[in-house]
Design a protein around this ligand. Structure first.
Ligand code: DAU
Length: 261
């Protein structure tokens, strides 16, 4: 299974914080935001990872993450010239995906859920994950029956059919690259991830799983603040030593920094 972290976009909802850097490089308590989705993929056993970035700050991602060696993984990078939708990731990443299945995680999504068993048991079709939320109209909304069969899936509907938000983690089989080519841009000019999921649904190949634990889409001031609090309270930071077996030296700042007026 290959992995994609989608870390492009313009981050306008977080202006002015994102005027000179990418949203996914902003701090969430003690780590850059992108460490969290990265940690989710690594924890699930995915080691071959494509990071898709916007042109403006692409070099900063490479400076931060490098080849992946430090994380016991292999990283590739692609630039998305314009934010033309989440599903476009599978066109940009088609060479990287090759003949494999692929999991994608959004670069601003933070999970405490462990996806390992879903990745291991995945055979074919597509799998999306949901979390019950009080404000479903902010998200992709999934309606499903008691057997887990998906009945409908809509992006930010004004009248949501359920309280289940589709979170930013998806697993697709290798057909994803062909299916995404059949999509047309939505009214807002994007290749929508819900439209891609709908292709699988119409073929009876879409399943849904419910999440344990916390999920935060850290794309607004409030959720970014909440993310820092949750990370701090639950000590969610990356344990690089454990993941890669490489010892990372942490330097202590001995003297507090002072600033002259
Ligand atoms: O967080 C879960 C939600 O994420 C889902 O429920 C929605 O179905 C899905 O559309 C998405 O909604 P958002 O409004 O949160 O999407 P946003 O535009 O914030 O993009 C999510 C991430 O993907 C963000 O880190 C920026 C990045 N992105 C976005 C677009 C549109 C890209 O890298 N390229 C893009 O073209």
């Amino acid at each position: 299974m290959k992995g994609i972290i989608l870390a492009g976009g313009s981050g306008t909802r977080l202006h002015p914080l994102t005027k000179v850097t990418s949203k996914q490089l902003l701090p969430v308590y003690n780590q850059p935001m992108i460490y969290f989705p990265l940690q989710t993929l690594l924890n699930a056993g995915i080691r071959d990872i494509l990071i898709i970035v916007a042109p403006d700050h692409s070099g900063d991602f490479v400076n931060l993450l490098g080849s992946g060696k430090q994380f016991g993984a292999r990283f590739s990078y692609e630039v998305q010239d314009k934010p033309e939708g989440l599903a476009q990731a599978f066109l940009i990443g088609s060479d990287f995906i090759g003949k494999d299945n692929c999991a994608m995680i959004l670069g601003d999504n933070i999970f405490t859920h462990d996806f390992t068993s879903s990745i291991k048991s995945f055979k074919k079709g597509a799998k999306v994950f949901v979390k019950e939320v009080p404000d479903p109209e902010r998200f992709g909304v999934v309606e499903f029956d008691s057997s887990g069969k998906v009945l409908s899936i809509e992006e930010k509907p004004s009248r949501p059919k359920s309280h289940y938000a589709q979170v930013g983690f998806y697993i697709f089989d290798n057909n994803v690259v062909e299916y995404v080519k059949t999509l047309k841009p939505s009214k807002r000019g994007e290749l929508e991830i819900v439209d891609l999921a709908n292709v699988y649904m119409q073929k009876g190949e879409l399943s849904v799983e419910s999440l344990d634990g916390e999920w935060i889409d850290a794309g607004t001031f409030e959720s970014l603040y909440r993310a820092s609090t949750i990370v701090r309270e639950n000590d969610l930071g990356m344990d690089l030593e454990q993941i890669s077996g490489v010892k990372i030296e942490v330097k202590n700042i001995k003297k507090p920094l002072t600033f002259d007026n």
